[in-house]
Design a protein around this ligand. Structure first.
Ligand SMILES: [Fe+2]
Ligand SMILES: [Fe+2]
Length: 213
């Protein structure tokens, strides 16, 4: 009976996370947005549009992170590191909510492609988790490395006036570096360069499509 209940509980929790990830403005952060009371400088329409596109990419990246952690949570054993993984997943919810809020401020919308990227990332996470914990953690580390590279590029590309987005991305950058370190220290495999290059190619497709849609 207990076992059935806990399985039902897990299913409800999973479904709840899917909804909170995919329904705009549904994610509730545990930490306040780093944008806080920072004031923006005036932006031109072209600058606002560019900032919107970049923040939409970052939002979708967090949708993928959420799906990845969820997919792995389903199949990975992670006897010693599950708690840390759940902590990281919670921090990704903060990122998701902060990006969502910033997109709203920029009068932008989240990507219509999010459900597709969610499903793909969930599947990849579940496969990695099923292969083994070292691969699963290695996948987290490689993904976080990739996300870090994106964030660095976006921090360079953001309009100087967009100080609120910058504050959000800087805090995210710090958290993602911490996730990457944790996944490697927990025993994650370092992925070979060709695999990382493949991941970079996939993320290029994602960023190009999500910037506009
Ligand atoms: Fe994140
Ligand atoms: Fe992360």
């Amino acid at each position: 009976m207990t076992r059935q209940l806990s399985r039902a509980d897990r299913l409800i929790h999973q479904f709840d996370t899917v909804l909170r990830t995919l329904v705009p403005h549904a994610a509730q952060p545990e930490r306040p947005s780093p944008a806080g009371s920072i004031a923006d400088e005036p932006m031109t329409e072209a600058e606002r549009e560019h900032a919107e596109g970049l923040m939409r990419i970052n939002h979708t990246g967090e949708v993928c992170a959420q799906a990845l952690y969820q997919g792995q949570g389903l199949t990975a054993k992670l006897p010693d590191t599950r708690e840390q993984m759940e902590q990281a997943a919670q921090e990704e919810i903060d990122h998701l909510a902060w990006c969502d809020a910033r997109l709203q401020e920029l009068h932008g919308h989240t990507s219509v492609l999010n459900p597709m990227f969610y499903a793909a990332s969930f599947g990849l996470g579940a496969v990695a988790g099923a292969v083994g914990d070292r691969v699963s953690l290695g996948f987290v580390a490689a993904t976080e490395e990739q996300v870090g590279r994106h964030l660095d590029a976006h921090l360079r590309e953001l309009p100087v006036a967009d100080r609120r987005s910058r504050a959000v991305l800087e805090k995210m950058r710090e958290d993602e570096a911490h996730h990457e370190r944790w996944a490697l220290e927990a025993g994650g495999t370092r992925f070979p360069t060709p695999v990382k290059l493949g991941m970079r190619l996939v993320s290029k497709v994602m960023t190009n499509s999500v910037y506009r849609f």
